[in-house]
Design a protein around this ligand. Sequence first.
Ligand code: IDP
Ligand code: MG
Length: 148
Amino acid sequence: MEQTFIMIKPDGVQRGLVGEIIGRFEKKGFNLKGLKLISVDRSFAEKHYADLSAKPFFNGLVEYIISGPVVAMIWEGKNVVTTGRKIIGATNPAESAPGTIRGDFAIDIGRNVIHGSDSVESARKEIALWFPECPVNWQSSLHPWIYE
Ligand code: IDP
Ligand code: MG
């Protein structure tokens, strides 16, 4: 089953949005396979966002991610990478549809509350980086009520 890496950024943690965000993924029917509250250092944040190192906002982005603890998660389910991005909404909250997490809870692109992997391949890399201890192996007993 497909997995994605979802991270509630420091602003989401500070603003008390952790329960709301986890609830959205849970209620959709996705399964939580990893969860931790963690503060990361500069070199770790730079590694996570290595693909964006040439961008003018890179330093500000790294400062943002290390400014407080984040909630790192692995979510599992059919098409969870693409559907997770839809639940999150467009990168710039000004363009995120209402009903999405960024559309409902964010205003500025540099305070957009949440990260989600953009492909199955980046999900694999991000899960390996954030969860070297491996996902938790369990199956929800609700499976047959969610999948046909
Ligand atoms: P994504 O988070 O929707 O995948 P990316 O393009 O991968 O968007 O950018 C990573 C993060 O970098 C964004 O979520 C946002 O926090 C920040 N970011 C992206 N573009 C800008 C920008 O133009 N100014 C400031 N921050 C930006
Ligand atoms: Mg991205």
